[in-house]
Design a binder for this molecule. Structure first.
Ligand SMILES: Nc1ncnc2c1ncn2[C@@H]1O[C@H](COP(=O)(O)OP(=O)(O)O)[C@@H](O)[C@H]1O
Ligand SMILES: O=C(O)[C@H](O)[C@@H](O)[C@H](O)[C@H](O)COP(=O)(O)O
Length: 181
């Protein structure tokens, strides 16, 4: 029997499912964790969902192929679709539209937050990062693979040259706007 809502009673809010996307070094892990915290929903780093073979391949300086990425994207989509919380934020490069289609195939209401930046800003962020498996030399192939979001995709695009607090505010406002909150 469908749930009834009497006047004055708020209808339950749909889960907010977000992929923070972009190339390596764009700030997915940093901004993703902060957005999740601000929206009081769980955060998952897509790097932790890669099969070990993918991590070893990237660490050795070889870009992943589509075949390497399909199983990983399925896992990412399943995590988003299966969340029992009021939403979830996952950091996942989701570089091509066909990759985003895999995620949407599992969780159709996903909002993609693209952290967009110039080669110069991205390179300096990667050079400044330490203790990460991803070599800065893979940035060029990441940028060559990136397909920008289409107007028909549920999405928010922000320019990463701003400071973290400004990016966080812009990201949360954009997500809430797209989610109709
Ligand atoms: N807006 C920002 N301003 C300055 N430094 C940032 C900003 N966003 C991220 N960083 C830094 O840039 C580096 C890359 O960020 P990270 O979150 O690891 O990116 P990704 O997960 O997309 O690879 C990290 O050292 C991080 O602390
Ligand atoms: O599809 C890919 O090639 C990888 O998923 C890659 O895009 C991802 O970004 C890595 O996991 C590197 O990790 P960082 O993005 O955290 O540098």
């Amino acid at each position: 029997m469908p749930q009834q809502h009497t006047e004055g009673q708020a209808a339950p809010r749909a889960a907010t499912r977000v992929i923070v996307m972009g190339v390596s070094g764009s700030g997915k892990s940093t901004i993703g964790a902060l957005v999740a915290d601000a929206m009081d929903i769980p955060f998952l780093d897509g790097d932790s969902l890669h099969p070990m073979a993918n991590i070893h391949k990237m660490a050795a300086g070889t870009p992943l192929s589509d075949e390497d990425r399909w199983p990983w994207l399925e896992i990412v989509g399943n995590e988003l679709a299966d969340t029992t919380a009021s939403g979830m934020v996952i950091a996942c490069s989701a570089l091509k539209r066909s990759y985003r289609d895999v995620i949407r195939g599992k969780a159709p209401d996903t909002i993609f937050l693209h952290l967009h930046g110039s080669l110069g800003v991205l390179s300096s962020r990667l050079e400044g990062r330490s203790g990460h498996f991803m070599p800065p030399a893979l940035l060029e192939s990441q940028l060559a693979t990136l397909e920008p979001l289409g107007a028909d995709e549920r999405s928010v695009v922000i320019d990463i040259s701003a400071g973290i607090n400004d990016l966080l505010a812009e990201a949360v406002a954009g997500i809430k706007r797209v989610a109709g909150q």
